[in-house]
Design a protein around this ligand. Sequence first.
Ligand SMILES: N[C@@H](CCC(=O)N[C@@H](CS)C(=O)NCC(=O)O)C(=O)O
Length: 222
Amino acid sequence: MALIVYGGSVSPFVRKVRVVLAEKGLQYTLEQVSPFNPPPEFLQISPLRRIPVLRDTDHAEPNTLPDSSIICDYLEHKAPNPPLYPADPFERAKALWYEEYADSVMAQNIGRGLFFERIVKKMMRGQTDEAVCEKTLTQELPPLFDHLEREIGDKQYLAGNMFSIADISVATMMVNFRHAGEALDTKRWPKLAAYIARIHARPSFKALIDEESAIVQRFRAA
Ligand SMILES: N[C@@H](CCC(=O)N[C@@H](CS)C(=O)NCC(=O)O)C(=O)O
């Protein structure tokens, strides 16, 4: 089996796919593609001009799939063990809802409103707009964190009493929060902070966080 992931390693969506691959013990290669300056042939496999895209060379051509949610669902069916989606229909649906929550509002605010300003702009030799970051940190993100603090409560995992795509999706966005130089206020969100720390300590996440930190550090200091 030869799996290729196209994308940049600091993308939360690329990381979501890489964590699923690692948790399932699947080997793959990462081909670096920037969505802001993609080679022309990339647009043929990513019509929305976004990363990640997966290629599975076990499959007859065309053998590429765009979109992290589609890719993770494909990997779950291709390599069902260990399962990363709850078997119970309701819990599975809840896990998918958390994935949607992370991919939409969390990505919008942590991705665009913080990580893009603090890191991606610097990678592209632009200037951080700290006013945008300030608004994200003081107005946009606190209600999301309040919500997640209530949702996780005293549970270990978000859905189905198992580590799942829900936890991967939420925790990957929080890696970008951390890369942007931020940490959760443990007094205001103690349960969420402990939960995210637990998920980030898993070998699948830790290996990527360590790998990416070296890249991000350079731009954070710039
Ligand atoms: N729904 C997509 C979102 C992917 C996405 O937005 N990726 C970003 C990088 S983090 C991207 O490619 N942005 C380029 C753009 O929006 O032009 C997924 O889950 O893969």
